[in-house]
Write a protein of this length. Sequence first.
Length: 345
Amino acid sequence: MYPELFKIPYIDLPVPTYGLMMVIGFLFAVYLIRRLSRDITPNLEFITNACLYSLIAGVIGARLFYVVHYFDQFRDRPASVFAVWEGGLEFLGGVVLAIVVLIFYLRWHKLSIRRYFDVLAIGLMLGLAFGRIGCFLKGDCFGRPSKVPLAVRFPYGSDPYRSQVYPNLKRNRPEHQLELPVEFFNYSYGDTVPTRLLKPYELLTRQQKDEVDKGKCRILPVHPTQLYSSVNAAVLCLILYLFRRRAQSAAKSKNSKKLFAKPGCTFALMFILYGIARFFLEFLRDDNPFEYGWWVMYKGGTVSQNLGIYLAILGVVLMVVFQKIEPKVVVLNENNNIKTEDKNS
């Protein structure tokens, strides 16, 4: 696990691996979106600006969603809400706010919303593939203990390690998964039950370090769910790309029935596929609490599982709606500028 890649010389500023992978994913996504947007507008500056606005909105939305989801962590330290560099982003929350901002931006510049969102869906999955690698390097979004050949071990003191040495009532787990001797803990005494605090690695004895590194106190191997999610995102990116190409070919064919080949259908398919994939991937994760609120469709599932269900349903609805909307032809004038635009974009 490498939460920090290196520190910038002289100013001693750490470069978080998670943030770096997000930047790399964003750059690759922008490149791909620009390449695929040439039939939307000849002025690719609009596309680049749309990507930048969606990035800003996405980070804000992802952070707000995470803060609401884990509000207890910020109750006593509200200033940490803005410490995005420490991690803590919810992908689904970022997507929601980014979509809202993009709709306003594309409307303002009279660009086809559905055509752009088709391309955005492909780029979004590509960026997510890199972002999940950052999650793996940081230790976020970790999986359940497992003995599969691909299982990995995270270091002492990481979030997966802490998850195993403490009970987790929010996941209906009253007992710890990994038992540590009392010597590995400090105790904070308050007005109620003493709190067990895991000692920093630097304060462990040489023998204790050996035990957590390669002995009986070593973390249980877990599913590398971050890498599963990365591969899933890459596969979805390819599927959506091929689906859009099929839709474009069908739109040009006079004999084609054009089933689900209308603008917006690729974007709708992203919701369906990602919602289903996220629902099943959550069964392998061990970080998100179980939910039982009024809004929950799957009682005892995680918030992401339930949002996955809603996303899949939304995708089906959008697919049907977009299929019934007849796209209008976009005409370019002699200066290669948009002259007329799809009013049903």
